[in-house]
Design a binder for this molecule. Structure first.
Ligand code: ADP
Length: 544
């Protein structure tokens, strides 16, 4: 029941998003595969490998059940016109392939939500068991009931289907699925797939090694009969898997498949004394199954281990960076907190000695200034910790109302009324972002734009806040015509505790916190500035 409900609600709904030709293409592709299989016959007339099954298994995980009518039509045509062993149209003869492919889709894609780009060992094993082994067993079972066939014949069919699915379906799903998904040709949408790689990042020597290995395999296949020396092909696949990981182990399997089943048709006599007949199909198929599965599992484990190693290295570097930052933070913060406190204590000590009570106001004003400085610094530390601690959220942002909210923090600033402040933004909210972090960023940029202004009669201080929204990105510019920043400091102003001029009265933390908050929203912050003329800070964010 769960499968049927899921099928109707989710999967058939998603089908509409695929291009129309995905209804027609399966039949054409599968018919061509059936035709190609007809060419790969052994001298007894039996088909060596029946390609429509592995190919339909690939297609059903890209395009869903719309592949099934084409497969059914192909099965009817093949049974009616090509099947030399049984011309009676038993329903199971027509349905066994369709049932096999439907089972593969239901079990792997629909029920287990398997990822067709096989990103890890769990998905690979799941695909081998749920997407191949159980479906082809269903296929063989139905075949047994529909035709009067021997167990040996069934074993040949089973091993051939397994070997061909491992050799063809795995590399095509792994390499092509991300491309299909990116271009909207797959029912799987929105997965965070990793770009498929040809193993590890290859250097020139490794490319040479791969070229030599594959050429060696081709030469060996011409002189060594597979049925006797299949373990040599197996060693080749496993060696490639261990050396270069999953992507190349799949290509190695494909190469072994081609040199075993296809190349002999062009290089050998397929008459009475054919090697295939001598060897026995079962031996060949069984050898292919064993080495195929061993190589791809080994390759996947090696790739997974390498990925874990890369991740660990990256986390270690990040941890080291955080540790360094924390060290600097503790040192600078304790210094910046104690400096105003010492000054306040000094002023209190001096004021106690003062006899003239009219001067007390001057001392109070000074204490107030330093206390505000302390308060500002503690607020920045709180912003820093809030940004590190709290999870991301997303809501519609109206730049106008957010700016007004932030400006309330500066109402006590006498300078604010002197500034010509302009907001260029639509009335309706245009983008989604984390409101708390946006407030931190805007607060820091605005406080700097106000703080580093020229206030004299010859100059009209101006600040413009402007949003620019494109298809996928949002840019928020904060422009001012204040002091500007010297070119040599532009690369450093986002560093922790960096102050770019001697008259900087802040902690040097503001832009660092802004940068970290924007980073948390998956964006970045940039600056353009001309010393003496003004600065433009731009926050770049993804639109949603
Ligand atoms: P601070 O608390 O010192 O302002 P920030 O991290 O916010 O620390 O800024 C770092 C430095 O960058 C400041 O000391 C200042 O010299 C410079 N700066 C930042 N914004 C501006 C601006 N809008 N105009 C000129 N200089 C700026």
């Amino acid at each position: 029941m769960r499968i049927i409900r899921y099928f109707i609600k989710k999967r058939l709904g998603q089908q509409k998003e695929l291009p129309w030709w995905t209804w027609v293409a399966p039949f054409i592709i599968l018919f061509l595969c059936a035709y190609a299989s007809q060419q790969l016959t052994i001298p007894t007339g039996s088909i060596l490998i029946y390609l429509p099954i592995p190919v339909a298994i690939i297609l059903v995980h890209w395009w869903g059940p719309r592949v099934l009518p084409g497969l059914l039509l192909n099965a009817i045509i093949v049974t009616l016109y090509w099947d030399q062993t049984d011309l009676t149209l038993h329903p199971l003869v027509i349905f066994h392939e369709t049932a096999c492919v439907l089972a593969s889709w239901c079990l792997f894609s629909c029920q287990k939500r398997g990822k067709s780009w096989l990103p890890d060992i769990v998905n690979v094993l799941r695909f081998i068991v749920l997407g191949i082994i159980i479906p082809i067993s269903i296929n063989s079972g139905l075949l047994y009931f529909s035709k009067d066939v021997s167990l040996e014949y069934l074993s040949i069919v089973w091993t051939a289907d397994f070997a061909s699915s491992i050799a063809l379906a795995l590399p095509l799903l792994y390499f092509v699925s991300p491309w299909m998904e990116r271009h909207g040709y797959s029912i799987q949408q929105g997965s965070q797939y990793v770009k498929p790689t040809l193993g590890l990042r290859l250097v020139r020597n490794q490319r040479f090694e791969i070229g030599i290995s594959f050429a060696g395999l081709l030469v060996l296949s011409l002189v060594l009969p597979f049925e006797k020396f299949w373990f040599i092909h197996g060693l080749f696949s496993i060696y490639i898997g261990v050396r270069f990981g999953f992507g190349l182990s799949l290509l190695a399997n494909l190469a072994v498949f081609l040199v075993t089943y296809v190349v002999p048709y062009f290089t050998m006599n397929t008459g009475e004394n054919s090697w295939i007949l001598e060897a026995g199909l079962l031996n060949i198929h069984f050898g292919m199954c064993l080495l195929g599965i061993t190589a791809c599992v080994t390759g996947r484990v090696i790739s997974d281990l390498k990925a874990i190693e890369r991740k660990l290295n990256q986390q270690f570097n990040e941890l080291e960076q955080v540790h360094d930052e924390l060290d600097r933070f503790v040192y600078s913060a304790s210094h910046d907190l104690s400096a105003p406190l010492k000054t306040i204590l000094g002023i209190v000590a001096v004021s106690k000695l003062e006899k003239d009570t009219s001067k007390y106001m001057v001392y109070f004003d000074k204490i107030e200034t330093y206390t505000k400085k302390l308060e500002g610094f503690i607020k920045e530390i709180l912003d820093y910790s809030r940004n590190k601690r709290l999870d991301k959220s997303a809501e519609w942002i109206n730049l106008r109302s957010l700016t007004s909210e932030v400006l309330e923090n500066f109402l006590h600033t006498d300078r604010l009324p002197e500034i010509n402040l302009k907001i260029i933004d639509q009335e309706a909210p245009q983008f989604m972002a984390d409101r708390m972090r946006m407030k931190i960023v805007l607060n820091n940029l605005l406080s700097n734009a106000i703080r580093y202004q020229h206030f004299n009669n010859a100059h009209t201080p101006a600040i413009i806040i402007q949003s620019e929204i494109s298809h996928q990105h949002v840019m928020i510019h904060v422009k001012d015509n204040g002091h500007g920043i010297k070119k040599e400091y532009l690369g450093k102003i986002f560093n922790m505790f960096f102050r770019a001029s001697v008259d900087s009265c802040g902690s040097g933390l503001g832009l660092y916190i802004a940068k970290e908050a924007v980073k948390k929203m998956n964006g970045k912050i940039t600056v353009r500035s001309i010393h003496g003329k003004g600065s433009i800070f731009t926050v770049h964010l993804p639109k949603n």
